[in-house]
Write a protein that binds this ligand. Structure first.
Ligand code: PFF
Length: 447
């Protein structure tokens, strides 16, 4: 171990400097970058949407990220107690608890989709995926059967196994290998995609903005996604922040995490869009894009079995580095609040996520009656966690950091102009925009 990465006395388990950056990038980079970002970019305006996403990421996402990290490190507690420990009223702890519940909920259905990617990786490498070219039929018969439950359990068990090993020996170790590994896979797939015939049209769609494609909704989706993509509003960054050494610069970390998240989304776009354009696939088809349209493309390209397999492995790894951060939120809470051992906390919470995720996994057709009010159980969980709890959690962070915690500048390490700009974003810009996202996604305001 390098001398500069010594551990703090009195904190038995915390990240090293580089370990923290990689783990936080691991949390940020996930299905959001590889699965959701390409399809919403396809639906909400292509390059113009991408630009809007970058603006939201920088102007709102980064300030809130720095605030979350500061609250976590300042309080050195879980996503609820940290608020109280840095001097907040108990009510703030209540808001924090909402994020703990949100992380638990996101984890429950995120593990279902993560499970799909594992299944697809195995199917692609074994060649089974390409033996029958009805990819839509394959996908719907897969998600409406029992197999997803096995993979969902698999994802949860791997996640539990990593998190049970602790911060430096589990979460950090694992991210230090997988995040660089992910970059290698991304670059290989990007080179493959960019050298396909007709790839330029995809690059143009992704990088040459046509602002007439934007709608007011694009802006809200871009902002909501900036939050989701940076893992904000769910206590994940706050919990990771509580394991950061006091000497590490949180401002620099914020830039590195934001840059990492953007880089991985950018490369994912440079894989998906050239590929879909090259094979004449509609890139605005939504969530099924990577599971139905891309297998068709892989099956038609040379060495498609290999590239298809690598692609789904990539999704699976990206998902795992996020699930470990999601589960750490309730785990940290349970350890501190109920004095549980890490091991007990991990496996109880993993079992809980499995049970809550079960109806989500089964709501794609196997069990009738899991759809109500026009949404499946899966969609309801996503809706409540991503559209209600996440913006409320984000709002709590900005308002607390902007108005209530006087010592935040010291913890964040910002002074002078940068501090004033940051405070301005936290006080005025972020809360108003997040409130709009919330009111719109909760269906209270409509365009
Ligand atoms: N940022 C992750 C992604 O883009 O897939 C998802 C996520 C992880 C959201 C952790 C929230 C969270 F707390």
């Amino acid at each position: 171990k390098k001398g500069s990465e010594t551990k703090l006395v009195g904190s038995p388990d915390q990240f090293t400097k580089s370990g923290f950056i990689l783990a936080a990038i691991g949390s940020a980079v996930g299905l959001g970058n590889m699965w959701k970002f390409p399809y919403i970019t396809g639906q909400y305006g292509g390059a113009a949407f991408f630009l809007l996403f970058i603006v939201c990421l920088v102007a709102v996402g980064l300030p809130v990220l720095l605030a979350e990290l500061s609250i976590g490190r300042g309080g050195r507690g879980n996503a609820s107690s940290s608020f109280v420990k840095v001097g907040g009223h108990k009510a703030w702890g209540g808001m924090g608890l909402l994020s703990v519940i949100g992380a638990f909920m996101i984890m429950s259905f995120y593990a279902v989709v993560a499970g799909w990617t594992f299944h697809y990786a195995v199917q692609a490498f074994s060649g089974k995926l390409f033996a029958n070219d009805d990819f839509g039929g394959q996908f719907s018969s897969f998600i409406s059967g029992y197999t997803p439950i096995i993979w969902q359990a698999g994802v949860l068990i791997i996640t539990g196994w990593i998190v049970a090993r602790g911060i430096s020996g589990g979460i950090e170790k694992f991210n230090k290998v997988l995040i660089p590994g992910l970059l290698v896979l991304l670059v290989i797939l990007m080179v493959r995609a960019l050298t396909l015939p007709g790839a330029e049209a995809g690059v143009e769609f992704f990088l040459k903005p046509d602002f007439s494609r934007l709608t007011p909704e694009s802006a809200l989706v871009a902002l909501g996604h900036a939050f989701f993509s940076l893992s904000l509003g769910m206590g994940a960054m706050m919990t990771y922040g509580s394991y950061v050494d006091r000497k590490q610069s949180l401002g620099a970390a914020t830039l590195a995490i934001g840059g990492g998240d953007l880089l991985y989304a950018f490369i994912a776009g440079l894989i998906i869009f050239p590929t879909t354009f090259s094979f004449g696939i509609d890139q605005a088809q939504g969530p099924t894009l990577v599971f139905i349209a891309l297998p068709a493309a892989f099956s038609a390209m040379p060495f498609g079995t290999l590239f298809g397999g690598l692609f789904f492995i990539l999704l699976a790894i990206a998902a795992l580095t996020s699930t470990v951060s999601l589960i750490e939120v309730p785990v940290a809470y349970a350890i501190e609040r109920w004095k549980m051992s890490r091991n007990t906390a991990v496996w109880i919470i993993i079992a809980g996520c499995f049970l809550l995720g079960l109806p989500a996994a089964l709501s794609f057709g196997l069990v009738p009656g899991l759809t109500f009010g026009g949404k499946s159980f899966f969609d309801w969980m996503d809706f409540i966690a991503s559209n209600i709890i996440l913006p409320l959690g984000g709002l709590a962070v900005t308002v607390f950091a902007g108005y209530f915690w006087k010592g935040i500048g010291d913890e964040a390490g910002l002074t002078g102009l940068w501090f004033r700009v940051w405070l301005f974003m936290l006080r005025f810009v972020a809360p108003i925009l997040v409130l709009f996202v919330f009111l719109h996604s909760a269906g209270i305001i409509k365009f």
